[in-house]
Design a protein around this ligand. Structure first.
Ligand code: NAP
Length: 470
């Protein structure tokens, strides 16, 4: 596929191979963008901003609705692209494609709700004759940088609200999974998005990230990815707005009054969805001692039923990791955890890019597998004697994206809601629950700001106050 700069789909001799992580088959190639392409993309985005901010809202709405329609009509093709270039099984990819339709549709809906309000200027003595209001205006060029694990819908979460709000976009998708983002770009152009409003530069961060991040024409960097890259962006970005959707090692609490079947089923799915390469994936489960043994037995049984294999086979439950390097990293973490005294209950083996769904107990608190984001198919079970202990351990790490509790007690639920240091608490669901309109984001090292269209729109627009002295 080609990248999108200004009014052209641009090709280059220098290419990047996009390969299926299961069998290394070549799926497609994309141009390897460089600093000149970044410069051209920003120049185009300056034009694009002039165009989109002046586009009547009803036109932005109809472009977004039409885009959603195009994706709906080609949903299976979008799903197969997601599953071929990335890790997701075809079933998981279909869900992502359908969520992308939601994200773009909600962007169209929210475009008509970008409202202001009147300001009571006469609330201050001496301002009696003044009357006015504020409205929200688009901020300019949004630099969007996206990860590999949801290669379509996380792009839509930036591009949808940016366009709805009247901005323009320079997008850099993950190098390993650029095709879904380019397909979304094609759908937007087919739907009538004026050229220049969206620019997609494919290329390695090692080559183009600095040129992108330091460019003062970008008014906001909207980043989703790992903490390391996030910190680098914060250091280099300069005076621009920053939105950061980073990682986590999400905790789930299972109380003695929980529906065990439900908590096991949802936590197994939450731990191994997208091979655990999921920012809200379940990594730490704190189980009340009264139900621990039963929970552990059921959890291991459910895990062992998962079919690992080729992600495009209909009956595969868990596909490959994104590449062999990542699978080898998880293997190393598993070896380290075993040396530190953790007990392996099932899994732990790697076969190329495939990694068995893996369950540990007695993971030491100091182990990387406890403190850091594993971003792979590994989950740790811990026995606790009280809700206080479970909450304290849940909060003991530097991340805080989602937390979850399984319980029938309102008191337990509300205590967890109050005390878990996270951006979202799920009750009787695993941490891996999200719909696209809800405010989404983390605290501590899990991020800055919120996505979820309406909330992203607040970040991508600014209030302008207007006052008449009559
Ligand atoms: P990543 O390595 O941080 O890469 C994410 C994106 O940033 C890619 O486009 C990458 O480009 C680019 N990038 C890498 N280094 C950069 C730098 N120094 N400056 C600017 N851009 C840079 O993350 P990933 O492995 O793709 O994704 C996994 C991470 O994303 C996990 O930590 C996960 O938790 C997090 N995540 C968070 C959310 C959320 O909503 N909170 C959602 C999904 C994923 P290249 O591909 O060219 O390296």
């Amino acid at each position: 596929m080609k990248m999108l700069i200004g009014e052209n789909w641009v090709d280059k001799d220098d290419k990047i191979d996009v390969r299926n992580p299961y069998n290394d088959d070549l799926v497609d190639t994309v141009p390897s963008g460089d600093e000149d392409d970044v410069e051209a993309a920003f120049r185009a985005a300056e034009e694009g901003f002039k165009i989109n901010r002046n586009l009547p809202v009803h036109q932005r709405i109809s472009i977004l609705y039409k885009t959603a329609e195009i994706i709906r009509n080609n949903q299976e093709e979008f799903a197969r692209t997601i599953a071929s270039e990335g890790s997701k099984t075809i079933k998981e990819a279909r869900k992502e494609a359908s969520r992308c339709i939601d994200t773009i549709t909600i962007s169209a809906e929210e475009a008509r709700r970008i409202v202001g309000e009147t300001v009571p200027f006469d609330s201050r003595e001496g301002s009696e004759n003044r009357i006015g209001y504020y409205y929200r205006f688009p901020i300019g060029i949004i630099l969007a940088i996206t990860p590999f694990n949801d290669p379509l819908n996380l792009v839509a979460h930036k591009v949808g609200p940016a366009i709805a709000g009247g901005n323009s976009v320079v997008l850099k998708p993950a190098t390993v999974t650029p095709l879904s983002a380019l397909k979304l770009g094609e759908a937007l152009i087919e739907a009538g998005l004026p050229w220049n409003v969206l620019n997609i530069v494919t290329g390695r961060a090692s080559r183009i990230a600095d040129a992108l991040v330091t460019d003062s024409r970008a008014r906001m960097i909207s980043f989703t990815g790992g903490t390391e890259a996030g910190l680098d962006i914060v250091k280099k970005g300069g005076l621009k707005k920053i939105g950061m959707e980073l990682g986590s090692n999400s905790p789930v609490i299972v109380m003695d009054d929980a529906d065990l079947e439900q908590s096991v089923e949802l936590s197994v799915s939450g731990a191994f969805w997208a091979v655990g390469q999921n920012c809200i994936g379940v990594q730490r489960i704190y189980i009340h001692e009264a139900v621990y043994e039963e929970f552990e037995k059921m959890f291991v049984e459910y895990t062992q039923k998962m079919k690992v294999g080729y992600q495009l086979d209909e009956d595969t439950d868990m596909g490959p990791m994104i590449n062999e390097e990542e699978a080898a990293r998880v293997e190393k973490w598993v070896e380290e955890a075993l040396k530190e005294g953790a007990e392996l209950l099932t899994g732990g083996q790697r076969m190329g890019t495939l990694f068995e769904p893996t369950v540990f107990r007695n993971m030491p608190e100091s182990a990387k597998m406890n403190c850091e984001e594993v971003f792979g198919p590994v989950v740790n079970l811990y026995k606790v004697s009280s809700l206080d202990e479970a909450i304290e351990l849940s909060n003991s790490v530097r991340y805080g994206l989602h937390g979850a509790i399984f319980t029938k007690s309102l008191n337990n639920a509300f205590k967890a809601i109050r005390e878990l240091e996270v951006g979202g608490v799920m009750i009787n669901d695993s941490t891996d629950y999200r719909i696209d309109m809800m405010p989404f984001g983390g605290v501590k090292w899990s991020g800055l700001g919120r996505e979820g269209i309406k909330f992203a729109l607040l970040e991508m627009t600014e209030p302008k106050v207007v006052c008449f002295n009559l």
